[in-house]
Write a protein that binds this ligand. Structure first.
Ligand code: SF4
Length: 366
């Protein structure tokens, strides 16, 4: 699943995260707007258990913002929560989760009157259902901008679906003068976060239930983490070429025209200033990666990897691998089977052209 990890005992090529570790996530305090620090005293969030730190060393700094109610905090308008088992279980073991509740942060109590989105989809207003003259739009927007600035180190964000503050789309929107609601709104806070951090991978918990969307989101989170590391100390052309090379198969699996544009940006890299290059390449890269790869795209990437190994595999091994890819293409095998076979052969026959390919390393934690 994860990219290359470093342990405390030195670099390890294929260290795997022990997904069955018995870490129980500690959920932040009730009602906190932004939960107080947990696990990492000064930074906040849910951190992997201490004994796993060696294994998680490379990913422990990957922080994902999460709507507090999804982590089981009782911060919803009715005093309840929407704890999500996958997020608080599997994801909490692999990432540092940062609980954020914008409605509590702007001073609304628990319980409180619910908020309604009213008006046009492009510029809705967030009004209190109990006191319609109470317009919370400006406060929620300002808090979104402040949060984006304060947590600019996040590598992903999981929002609560359908919320007038946190919803990413399809939020209930009431017409100004009454009538039937449309499910066409975007939460005020979520909109600000996305506009302030356009490259940040975002998803909501309802879409995370679909395996392909979940895998794509997590792939984007890891990729964005690597991008942030690459650009943190200043982008170089060689660094960008290496980065692009490591994602060759992941981009190939998308089969998008935009992936070709990335090559063109790369070809002109020497003629652009580093900040302009980073902005142009980064935005395009995340745009391509955000699109879930299709079965056809995955087959293309897997066959490409097989092609790279052709010289070193014997006839039987090639046949077995080609058959498993074909059976995946036909929907008779999960993708993990040809991927595992590929990894197995790569361990035996290291192949420079596949060295460090994130596509072969990255798997969504289950
Ligand atoms: S959806 Fe967002 S605003 Fe509403 S309770 Fe959850 S975290 Fe708070």
């Amino acid at each position: 699943m994860p990219p290359r990890l470093k342990t405390r005992h030195g670099p390890s090529k294929k260290t795997k995260i022990p997904l069955k570790c018995c870490f129980r996530p500690r959920i932040a305090c009730k009602g906190a707007a932004v939960a107080p620090p947990i696990g990492q005293a000064a930074r906040g969030g849910i951190a992997p258990a201490k004994r796993d730190r060696g294994v998680y060393e490379a990913v422990e700094r990957i922080r994902i913002g999460v709507s507090s109610c999804l982590l089981g905090e009782s911060v919803r308008w009715d005093g309840g929560h929407k704890r999500d088992v996958y997020i608080t279980g599997t994801l909490a073991r692999c990432f540092e989760l940062v609980p954020i509740c914008p409605e509590v942060a702007i001073g609304l109590g628990v319980p409180r009157d619910p908020i309604r989105l009213v008006g046009r989809a492009e510029a809705p207003r967030a009004l209190s259902a109990g006191t319609p003259e109470l317009d919370l739009t400006a406060k929620l927007s300002a808090h979104g901008r402040e949060t984006a600035h304060r947590f600019s180190d996040l590598c992903g964000y999981l929002f609560k679906s359908g919320s007038p503050s946190c919803g990413l789309g399809r939020v209930k929107l009431l017409p100004e003068r009454g009538g039937r609601p449309a499910h066409a709104g975007v939460g005020i806070f979520a909109r600000e976060i996305q506009s302030a951090l356009p490259m940040l991978p975002v998803e909501d918990e309802s879409r995370m239930a679909k395996p392909e969307l979940r895998a794509t989101f997590l792939e984007c989170v890891f990729a964005y983490g690597r991008w942030r590391t690459l650009t943190a100390s200043g982008l170089t052309v060689q660094g960008l070429v290496d980065f692009h090379g490591r994602h060759r198969l992941a981009l190939l699996a998308r089969q998008m025209k935009a992936a070709g544009e990335l090559e063109r940006v790369l070809a002109a890299a020497g003629r652009r200033s580093p900040p302009r290059l980073a902005a142009q390449y980064g935005a395009l890269f995340m745009k391509v990666l955000r699109k879930p790869a299709t079965r056809r795209g995955h087959t293309h990437a897997l066959r490409n990897a097989l092609g790279c190994l052709k010289r070193v595999l014997d006839r039987e091994e090639r046949k077995e691998l080609a058959e498993s890819i074909e059976r995946y293409r036909l929907g008779n095998l999960p993708r993990v089977v040809p991927l595992t076979l590929l990894r197995h052969h790569l361990r035996r026959h290291p192949e420079p052209s596949l060295d460090g390919q994130t596509y072969l390393e990255c798997q969504a934690p289950e």
